[in-house]
Ligand binder design. Structure first.
Ligand SMILES: Nc1ncnc2c1ncn2[C@@H]1O[C@H](COP(=O)(O)OP(=O)(O)OP(=O)(O)O)[C@@H](O)[C@H]1O
Length: 290
């Protein structure tokens, strides 16, 4: 993977959008969005509920074929999407979930299995290869989903609120894990989050989406690992909150992340250039038919 560039100069961008527009009926959700994401950059996408974050992510993933744009969408071939809700197939053991979509037969099977086992070890799930998804905690299921992503050796990870449903402590651990994985493997990451602290803790750059466009494109120039106690952390946080139109006294304290109430997560991939949800659904149908 490429080195992490600090800004927009340097290597060719991993993601390019030119005046991307998405309408649903008469409603314009994305209104001529321009975006360049340099290879290896970690970008947080922040915005109010309904501002179009998931719509943008789906467009970049190639899932949405009804977008309009001047220059189309340039994104790498090996894209892994981590969704908010868990898509681990309950009738497949953990390793088989990780291997979903990878070679399952022939000589490539062994290499894929090796990658899958290594990915599980990287996320701290060595020894859980034969567990059923129902035997995993929410955080472990999340880790398995990350392993499934890693096993595809993605160039671009698109993550849609992947930690939104985890408890505060698990979430902090997942932040550390994602930061370490990103540092080790260097994929480009686009992380959708409601949580400005998550954005400032993890990202090189935060984009705020508002009324179909980016109202703020904020480089986050803090050394890693980052601390919410760093006074500069608070400055970035305030700028993001201001862009979101949230007063400081309306926001959570930075060291008390919210504990959401729904289960999380998953992932899939566009390595096969098919829709991730379709891939999972097709696999499900195949399993049921077998
Ligand atoms: N298939 C669809 N048909 C009609 N409207 C849609 C469709 N998908 C999304 N929208 C609308 O587009 C807007 C943006 O939705 P999107 O899911 O991208 O927002 P979001 O910023 O990800 O929200 P949240 O943070 O709540 O997940 C919303 O108003 C939503 O109702």
């Amino acid at each position: 993977m490429a080195a992490h560039p600090g800004g927009l100069s340097g290597p060719a961008p991993a993601v390019v959008l030119d005046r991307l527009t998405r309408r649903f009926g008469t409603r314009t959700v994305l209104d001529g969005v321009d975006l360049r994401i340099p290879d290896g950059q970690f970008v947080a996408l922040v915005g109010r509920s309904g501002s179009g974050k998931s719509t943008l992510l789906r467009a970049i993933a190639g899932i949405d074929h009804e977008v309009e744009g001047d220059g189309g969408i340039l994104a790498p071939q090996r894209v892994s999407v981590v969704f908010q809700d868990s898509r681990l197939l309950p009738w497949r053991r953990v390793l088989d979930n990780v291997l979903l979509g990878l070679a399952r037969r022939g000589p490539q099977r062994a290499a894929a299995e090796q990658r899958g086992r290594a990915a599980l070890a990287e996320v701290g799930l060595a020894g859980r290869e034969d567990a059923w998804p129902s035997e995993l905690s929410g955080g472990e299921a999340q880790r398995a989903a990350l392993a499934r992503s890693l096993a595809r050796e993605p160039e671009l990870i698109l993550a849609d609120e992947p930690f939104g449903a985890l408890d505060a402590l698990t979430r902090i651990k997942m932040h550390t894990l994602l930061r370490e994985l990103w540092h080790r493997h260097g994929p480009t990451v686009l992380l959708v989050t409601h949580d400005v602290d998550e954005a400032v803790l993890l990202a090189d750059r935060a984009l705020v989406l508002e009324e179909g466009r980016f109202c703020l494109d904020l480089p986050i120039d803090l050394p890693r690992p980052r601390s919410v106690k760093d006074p500069r952390f608070a400055e970035y946080r305030e700028r993001l909150l201001a862009a979101l139109g949230v007063r400081e006294d309306e926001a959570d304290a930075p060291d008390t992340p919210q504990t959401p109430d729904t289960p999380v997560e998953v992932e899939s991939e566009a390595e096969s250039q098919s829709e991730p949800e379709t891939t999972a659904a097709a696999a499900q149908l195949a399993e049921v038919a077998a």
